[in-house]
Unconditional design. Structure first.
Length: 132
């Protein structure tokens, strides 16, 4: 009895399918990615679900996520109300106005300079401290 190449190929295919491993239950399970903070326990995996935990420090628990934190210059981070405050004194003239128009207009220039210096120093101190 001679075997033809076709029957040998069919026999090999049947044998290979019988030896191929079946997918395990873990391959069919869903995967959950969880972020835990500090010493919080990571949830246990079950037969139906695989849990992958990423641990972050406790100081990050209530912070805005890094991808949503704003950076950039002071002008881009400053609130509109603070920027609009400068418009209140645009047309001011006279005493304590720091303008060349009107009587004693120059008297407000030193006050304005001092206030701007203190505001810059407060903003610089605020940006140098790390949030908790």
């Amino acid at each position: 009895m001679t075997k033809t190449p076709l029957t040998m190929g069919i026999a090999l295919a049947v044998a290979a399918s019988a030896l191929a491993p079946a997918p395990s239950a873990a391959q069919n399970a869903s995967v959950s990615e969880v972020i835990v903070y500090g010493t919080d326990p990571c949830p246990r995996s079950t037969d139906d679900e695989v849990v992958v935990c990423a641990r972050k420090p406790e100081t990050e628990r209530y912070r805005i996520p890094e991808r949503l934190r704003q950076g950039g210059s002071l002008q881009s981070r400053q609130a509109w109300a603070v920027r609009a405050k400068s418009f209140e004194t645009v047309g001011a003239t006279g005493i304590n106005s720091c303008s060349a128009v009107g009587p004693a207009g120059h008297t407000g220039c030193l006050d304005q300079l001092i206030e701007n210096a203190f505001a810059e120093r407060r903003e610089q101190a605020k940006s140098e401290t790390t949030p908790r």
